[in-house]
Design a protein around this ligand. Sequence first.
Ligand SMILES: NC(=O)c1ccc[n+]([C@@H]2O[C@H](COP(=O)([O-])OP(=O)(O)OC[C@H]3O[C@@H](n4cnc5c(N)ncnc54)[C@H](O)[C@@H]3O)[C@@H](O)[C@H]2O)c1
Ligand SMILES: [Zn+2]
Length: 315
Amino acid sequence: MESLRQAGLQTVSIVMPPGETSKTLAQAGAIYDRLLDARMDRGSVVIALGGGVISDLAGFVAATYMRGIPWVAVPTTLLSQVDASVGGKTAVDHPLCKNLIGAFHQPSAVLADIETLRTLPDEELRTGLAEVVKHAMIRDANLFAALEAQADRLLARDSKVLEDIVTRNVEIKAEVVMADERESGLRRILNYGHTVGHALESLSLKTAGLSTAAALAHGRAVALGMMAEAQIAQRRGLVGQAIVERQKNLLQRFGLPVRLKAPDVKACLALVRHDKKAEAGRLRFVLPESIGSVRIVDDVTDEEIREALLALASG
Ligand SMILES: NC(=O)c1ccc[n+]([C@@H]2O[C@H](COP(=O)([O-])OP(=O)(O)OC[C@H]3O[C@@H](n4cnc5c(N)ncnc54)[C@H](O)[C@@H]3O)[C@@H](O)[C@H]2O)c1
Ligand SMILES: [Zn+2]
């Protein structure tokens, strides 16, 4: 705010409580009230300073206030730097479904300052690392090798390593989104690990009830989802065991789970089938073919999903 003021710009700060529970239409409504109060108009700019919750919410407000005003993302979590702030998807949650109410609205600029990551709790760093491993698996074998070689320095938050990793991840996400902004084709590969991952995440939220501490964090669910989906690929002969092992080892080094004691296979399968990405009854899966390359298939059977979930318990 200080530097904006020094540049001669008027600023108003609106602070939101942390957590996914802030990503609601009610909070968006409260922000519209404040924007009106401050007489913000089409010449105003929304700056989203925070993690993915803030960029999704502030971006959504910017997309809808006066039919759309510009916004700038200043992501402060690893996940939002490598993923949420790039691509222009903005949204709030509906009680029945996450990210249901939203808009595509690209930020005018994204300013990712890796120094902000110093204060990030370890668990939040891990969540971001799950998406980083995902990007390497779907698109970039060199990035994967770099992650293996630099894991310790990355976990120690070495600035140089963080800068390289964040930069490469933004490039990957931007490249995919630029080729397919509205997710009609290529952008779907970003869902690797998320088909099973989302099901595990919502299942754990249901069983954990209101105690979010007991719920499976998104990054952890995605790590398990990548293991299950790699398992499907391996059983189909798409990918060799050595590659699945490398993925598993890297996830483990980043403190992400690769095993799940007693997955509720039946409930999980039902949730996978209900995934909103299922179009016209056809459920798409992103399966690895090698490190850095994936294939989208739409003929995965319930039996294959069941076996992959069971393999999580024994793996
Ligand atoms: N739009 C997209 O393409 C996209 C992609 C992925 C995820 N998302 C969304 O992003 C959200 C998750 O984002 P997230 O993982 O960044 O979580 P988050 O925004 O909830 O941030 C996690 C926690 O870290 C705190 N925090 C933020 N920056 C910090 C810092 N520098 N130091 C210390 N603490 C800090 C936050 O206050 C919060 O408590 C979800 O709602 C998800 O749906 C959107
Ligand atoms: Zn994700």
